[in-house]
Design a protein around this ligand. Structure first.
Ligand SMILES: NC(=O)c1ccc[n+]([C@@H]2O[C@H](COP(=O)([O-])OP(=O)(O)OC[C@H]3O[C@@H](n4cnc5c(N)ncnc54)[C@H](O)[C@@H]3O)[C@@H](O)[C@H]2O)c1
Length: 435
């Protein structure tokens, strides 16, 4: 390790004096906040995206990502620390390249790595001696070594000698007021020891704490373990909600009391299911990989099934509550409160609220929704506009179903005016719980 490595040493020097130019491929929820942290650390950043309209907006200093305030982006653009382009040939200019493109699932729940492949091809086309390439997108173990490395090595350049390749999963939690890209420890694994060393050195100025691991596979698995852990524990909490329901026990009372144990327990809560770009998708990347090795990841499958069944469970609850009020679902007005996939963000990807709405509409309900973060819904099979949360809207609805809780929503008004409430998030106080 201490032996001289002219190419590696040159990059370490560019990290030390911040003269390295970072290229960020994919300027979404992950890429743009990362770009801003790199700018804050003193680097210049060139952002790449295939979405020309987004690139234009970014170059005007307008942010499309809630966690990146427009003033912060505008300052970086003004000071010529950040610019964006659709011209991927300019990747040749970058000393370090972070790939932050989507990794969705196909309709059959298999990994769709087409964006990673496309980004790798772009990097390959201009790969030169002295570049670091880091994949940030969540993916199955082996992607960096088995998918990216052969493509990049086909240029004739040697990894760990001429160029460096690493995996470093992004852990950003959009809307989290406490933890952001900078203060969330960042895991880094390299194809070789020098790959890891160079990646750690280049990220170090921008991220408070780095966690080196011994391989790209270990780093890839860290991310999937984290999200599988969440999926499994949310699945358990959801199953406990069904169990408690059948036993006539308040699940929230049980969970709150269990959470007083100061060791050996971590609180997870039930809800309408899981949403977003990560928890419902990432574990399937590992499940798919293990299927290719003839191993079935049972926890992943089971948690996925339990979580995916929750919208149906809550729609059944709506039907039962309407029935108690002498009404059918068909023809009833149901106001869905909160459609983002989680609290205080403007993202509806994979949101269980969409399933709740589709299931209610399929049963003949007249569905409306209110979400201060989502003015319009144009999703597959769902075309709606957010309505104002007025006393009139609340009293007009036959049932209000709280799917996502957002700060600033007047839940006291909901409790006051709504005829029937189904509360998947335990926002309203429960009757009968001792004070
Ligand atoms: N959103 C999150 O909270 C989060 C958190 C941690 C990890 N991740 C992971 O990070 C990755 C990116 O997620 P995201 O939420 O930022 O996605 P996103 O959809 O918000 O952004 C991805 C961007 O990449 C661009 N893009 C697609 N193909 C491209 C290409 N070939 N070249 C250049 N740009 C291209 C898209 O136009 C888009 O702007 C995914 O693997 C995701 O699982 C996301």
């Amino acid at each position: 390790m201490s032996a001289a490595h002219p190419v590696g040493d040159a990059l370490l020097a560019k990290a030390a004096d911040r003269s390295a130019l970072f290229g960020i491929v994919g300027l979404g929820y992950v890429g743009l906040p990362l770009a801003m942290e790199l700018v804050r650390a003193g680097y210049r950043v060139l952002g790449f995206d295939v979405n020309a309209a987004a690139v234009e907006r970014l170059n005007r200093g307008e942010s499309h990502i809630q966690d990146v305030p427009t003033e912060r982006l505008a300052r970086a653009v003004r000071e010529k620390k950040f610019s964006a382009t659709t011209d991927l040939r300019r990747l040749a200019e970058a000393d370090a390249i972070s790939i932050c493109v989507p990794t969705p699932l196909s309709k059959t729940k298999d990994p769709d790595v087409s964006y990673v492949i496309a980004a790798t091809e772009s990097v390959k086309a201009s790969l030169r001696r002295g570049q670091l390439v880091v994949l940030e997108s969540t993916t199955y173990p082996g992607t960096t070594r088995d998918l990216m490395l052969p493509a990049l090595a086909a240029t004739g350049l040697t990894v760990g000698v001429d160029f460096f390749l690493a995996f470093s999963p992004e852990r950003v939690d959009p809307g989290n007021p406490k933890y952001n890209t900078r203060n969330t420890p960042k895991v880094v694994g390299g194809i070789t020891e020098w790959c890891r060393r160079v990646a750690v050195a280049l990220y170090q100025p921008a991220i408070d704490s780095l966690v080196p691991v011994s391989s790209t596979e270990a780093a890839e698995l860290v991310k999937i373990l984290e999200n599988t852990f969440r999926s499994v524990n949310i699945g358990l909490a959801n199953e406990m909600a069904i169990v408690c329901d059948k036993l006539g026990v308040d699940v929230w009372e049980v969970i709150e009391a269990a959470a007083t144990k100061p060791f050996g327990y971590m609180k997870f809560t039930p809800g309408p299911g899981v949403g977003g770009h990560c928890i419902p998708l990432d574990p399937h990347y590992l499940a798919w990989k293990m299927r290719t090795l003839n191993y079935k990841t049972r926890f992943i499958e089971l948690a996925g099934e339990l979580n995916a069944a929750m919208p149906e469970y809550w729609v059944d609850k709506v039907a039962a509550r309407l029935n108690e009020a002498g009404k059918a679902v068909r023809g009833s007005g149901v106001l869905v409160l909160g459609v983002a996939y989680k609290k205080d963000i403007d993202d509806v990807r994979e949101s269980p609220a969409l399933d709740v709405i589709r299931l209610l509409e399929r049963r003949g309900a007249r569905v409306s929704y209110h979400d201060p973060f989502i003015p319009h819904l144009h999703e597959e099979g769902v075309e709606l506009h957010s309505v104002a949360l007025s006393p009139a809207a609340l009293t007009a609805a036959d049932c209000v179903v709280i799917v996502t809780d957002h700060a600033g929503v007047d839940y006291a008004a909901v409790a006051r005016h709504a005829k029937v409430v189904v509360d998947t998030r335990h926002v309203l106080p429960r009757a009968g719980t001792p004070a």
